[in-house]
Design a protein around this ligand. Structure first.
Ligand SMILES: NC(=O)C1=CN([C@@H]2O[C@H](COP(=O)(O)OP(=O)(O)OC[C@H]3O[C@@H](n4cnc5c(N)ncnc54)[C@H](O)[C@@H]3O)[C@@H](O)[C@H]2O)C=CC1
Ligand SMILES: O=C(O)C1=N[C@H](C(=O)O)C[C@H](O)C1
Length: 267
C-alpha cells in the first residue's frame, strides 16, 4: 500500500510538531511539507528538534499543495487562517483534516457545502483525544436524564479562542438530547460581569486559562439530591495523535465533510 502523503499547516506550533513526529514514525504516512508563516525554506525537522527530515517549510499554502500534491492537509494553525486554508485545500482536491478551533457554525456549513460540491472529503474535529470524544458522547447521553448542566473548560494560557471548540461541540451534542430549559434562579443577577459564564443552548460554559494546564473539561450535571461530573484531561499533546491518525486514514474514503471524531469511531 502506498503511504498517505500528508502536509501539515502550522507544523512549527505545539500541535503541528506533535503531528510531524507522529507522521515520520509511521510508515503508512509520508510527511511531504510543512506550512508556516515565517519559516519558508527551512528544514522542518531541524526547526522542531527532530533532526534533518529533508522536508522544508513553505510560507505559501497554495505553492506547497501545487508542488507536493499531498493527499491530506492537516491544519493546526489559528482561527483567523483555518477557513481559508480548508477552502484552498478543497479547491485543489486535497482533503483537509482540521484541528484548529474557532470556526463559526456558518463557516463549518460553508466548508461542508464546498466539500460536497467538490466531492473531496474533509474532517473537522474540535478534539482528537478519544477520551474527550467519549466524554462528549457520555455527556450527550446523560443529558437525557439530567437536563441541568454546566461546562467548565480549562486550558493553557496561550490559547486564542474562548470558549474552547470542545466545549462548544459538547454543548451542541447535549442540546440535541435536552429541551432548552431555564437554569438557575429566575431572578439571578450577575454582580460581577461574566461570573455566570457564556450562555449557549440554554446553559453556561465557563473558561479558565492558566499556565501549567494543557486541555481539560468538566461537564457537571445536577438533579434532585445528586450531581454527576464527567471529566477529561489531556496532560500531553500526544493524547490527540491516535485521533489525528484515524482522521487521516478515514478522510481518504470520504466524499463529504465530517464534523466531529465521534462520527468516525467504530460503534
Ligand atoms: N482538535 C484538537 O484536538 C486540538 C485542537 N487544537 C487547536 O489547534 C490550534 C493550534 O493549537 P497550538 O498548536 O496549540 O497553537 P500554536 O500557536 O502552538 O501553533 C499554531 C501554529 O500555526 C502557525 N500559523 C499561524 N498562522 C499560520 C498561517 N497562516 N499559515 C501557516 N501557519 C500558521 C503559527 O506560526 C504556529 O506555529 C488551535 O486552534 C487549538 O485550539 C489544539 C489541540 C488539540
Ligand atoms: O487550544 C488547545 O490547546 C486545545 N484546543 C481544542 C479546543 O478548543 O477544544 C482542543 C483541546 O481542548 C486543546
Amino acid at each position: 500500500m502506498k503511504p498517505i502523503r500528508v502536509a501539515v499547516a502550522g507544523a512549527n506550533g505545539r500541535m503541528g510538531r506533535e503531528v510531524v513526529k507522529m507522521l515520520v514514525q509511521d510508515e503508512t504516512f509520508e510527511f511531504v511539507r510543512g506550512i508556516s508563516r515565517t519559516q519558508g525554506g527551512k528544514d522542518v525537522g531541524e526547526s522542531i528538534g527532530l533532526g534533518s527530515l529533508g522536508v522544508t517549510f513553505s510560507d505559501s499554502l497554495e505553492s506547497a499543495l501545487l508542488e507536493n500534491r499531498p493527499d491530506v492537509l492537516v491544519d493546526f494553525t489559528i482561527p483567523a487562517a483555518v477557513k481559508r486554508h480548508a477552502e484552498i485545500a478543497l479547491e485543489m482536491g486535497v482533503r483537509p483534516v482540521v484541528g484548529t478551533t474557532g470556526l463559526a457554525e456558518g463557516e463549518i456549513a460553508e466548508l461542508a457545502r464546498l466539500s460536497e460540491e467538490r466531492r473531496v472529503g474533509a474532517v473537522i474535529a474540535p478534539n482528537f483525544a478519544i477520551g474527550a470524544v467519549l466524554m462528549m458522547m457520555f455527556a450527550a447521553r446523560a443529558a437525557k436524564y439530567f437536563p441541568h448542566v454546566e461546562i467548565i473548560e480549562m486550558h493553557h494560557d496561550r490559547k486564542l479562542d474562548a470558549p474552547s471548540g470542545t466545549s462548544l461541540k459538547t454543548a451542541e451534542m447535549i442540546a440535541r438530547n435536552r429541551p432548552e430549559i431555564r437554569q438557575g434562579h429566575p431572578e439571578e443577577k450577575e454582580t460581577l460581569e461574566g461570573a455566570r459564564g457564556g450562555y449557549r443552548h440554554g446553559f453556561r460554559i465557563h473558561s479558565i486559562r492558566l499556565p501549567g494546564m494543557v486541555a481539560h473539561q468538566e461537564v457537571i450535571f445536577g438533579g434532585p439530591g445528586q450531581t454527576l461530573t464527567l471529566r477529561h484531561d489531556s496532560i500531553h499533546r500526544e493524547s490527540f495523535m491516535p485521533g489525528v491518525k484515524l482522521a487521516i486514514q478515514k478522510v481518504m474514503n470520504l466524499d463529504r465533510l465530517v464534523y466531529g471524531l465521534e462520527h468516525l469511531l467504530e460503534e
